[in-house]
Design a protein around this ligand. Sequence first.
Ligand SMILES: [Ca+2]
Ligand SMILES: [Ca+2]
Length: 302
Amino acid sequence: MKTSWTLPHRGAALVLAMLLTALGAAVAAQMLAPIADWIGRERRAADLNAAYTLADGASAWALAVLEADRLRGDADHLAEPWATRLPATPIEGGTLEGHIVDLQAQFNLNSLVERGVTVPAALAAARRVFAALGLSPDLADTLADALDLDELTASGQSEQQRYGRRLGNMPLADLADLRRVPGFGDTEIAALAGHVVVLPTPTRVNANTADAALLAALLPDVEAAVLAQFIQERGTRPLTSAAELPARLRTALPDGLLSAGSEYFGVDARIRYGSVDHRLQLRIHRPATARPSIIRRLTTNA
Ligand SMILES: [Ca+2]
Ligand SMILES: [Ca+2]
């Protein structure tokens, strides 16, 4: 800070501007500079306030869109209004753009364990997902040990013996938490980022929104051509329920892995107002029987 101007309110900027006009060329440049500086900061503060107001508007928009969608039924697919990207739209003197994503389009690492116990089908799925991403499938077993409540590994050895220390035995809070799990470092986290998600509760993968690579990893017994046809068809004929899957994929499926709808969504919005370029990232939980709520909010200024 070059100056210590303090003024009671924003209207003072106008008073200062008038003062400068009145003083005109008589004012030396070194005197002008700190005043211009202050006006710039004041304007920035006003722009930030406006951007935060628009961010609140964007949050309310996302919640309203997801609540309207909830009332339409349980299935969630990419032809629904929530999946439409909002292009940069002029609003209240700034612009707002954003989109909602289905977080259950990705494999949720906290699905490995339910109520403290490793879920064999989920572990088998995680092993294939890890392998598809170029990681050792055995890391999925280590992760299950780190999440499940017991102190035993699959081989009957204690976790303490196997890993040389006691594990956390609790769900992950976010992907960075993997650093506390033996065998996971920056390389492994980078390989998983963008392909897996960490949600607060176990979830199924939404077969209406997951990409082909994830579905192929989750469904090793489904023929590639059948899967490709399903993915093409779901654009115009989305699943209304997971019960349709065996017929659509022409094979029996493991229980509990896939769904036709989602409870967790993400919002990525960008708000520009004056000098402010604001990024808003939300996580929204929308249970089937209650209005959606924001469970995580992150705002960053570019
Ligand atoms: Ca829906
Ligand atoms: Ca354990």
